[in-house]
Design a protein around this ligand. Structure first.
Ligand code: FES
Length: 220
């Protein structure tokens, strides 16, 4: 025979189960939205808007094994959203156009953990100014983390004269890629970290990292 205490305990247990299911479903929805947006973001020009709100820290980083020093190391190939290596002719020199890229995984393919999303842009080589890390540019290419340093949204749009600058759609922070992605508008507290890139000499002249990101990615 059940008592009032038993009934209360059963109701509480069911409530706990319902809460946990809701929480898990919410987390899965957020993760699914993020990766769906990433799939659509790998294009030259303007990109899909991707917010990272609702994802916990491990989901945003992609797991404890990844940080700004391990995503790319010297020689890591830069690949597009489909995992294809990016060649030196992917973006016309001096165009200022950009594309979303990722580090290549061991064994091939794009490492699409959230903090790995990277903006590759190509201007004229002589257009760059300090504080750009000039020895991290090559034949007009430079690369920056796409994770906003304000609150972690994905920097996905262009703005300014000739769409020169990167724009974060969440709170309109603006970064100038010709000056080390320094902040030129909005609330972001620091530049987008630069990824040093070079051109592999042999073979198809692929874009490669020449080292890791220069600084922590996203919100410090
Ligand atoms: S998250 Fe980019 S401006 Fe706020």
């Amino acid at each position: 025979m059940s008592t009032n205490d038993d009934t209360d305990t059963d109701a509480q247990a069911q409530s706990d189960v319902d809460y946990e299911e809701d929480r898990l479903q919410s987390t899965r929805r957020n993760a699914a939205k993020f990766f769906a947006a990433l799939g659509g973001a790998a294009a030259v020009g303007s990109f899909a808007v991707t917010g990272l709100y609702g994802l916990d820290e491990s989901a945003r980083s992609g797991g404890p094994d990844y940080n700004y020093q391990t995503l790319y190391t010297q020689g890591t190939r830069v690949v597009d959203g489909e995992g294809n290596p990016v060649t030196v002719d992917a973006i016309p020199q001096g165009s200022g156009e950009s594309m979303t890229v990722f580090p290549e995984k061991e064994g091939g393919g794009a490492l699409k953990v959230p903090i790995a999303t990277t903006l590759l842009v190509r201007f004229s080589q002589d257009a760059y100014e300090e504080p750009t890390m000039l020895d991290g540019t090559a034949q007009g290419y430079s690369a920056y983390s796409a994770t906003c340093t304000h609150a972690g949204c994905t920097v996905s749009q262009r703005t300014g004269p000739n769409d020169q600058n990167f724009l974060c759609p969440c709170h309109q922070s603006v970064f100038n890629p010709l000056q080390g992605a320094k902040v030129v508008g909005g609330p972001a507290p620091r530049p987008l970290p630069q990824l040093p890139v070079g051109i592999a000499e042999e073979g198809d002249q692929l874009i490669i990292a020449t080292g890791p990101f220069e600084a922590h990615i996203g919100v410090e």
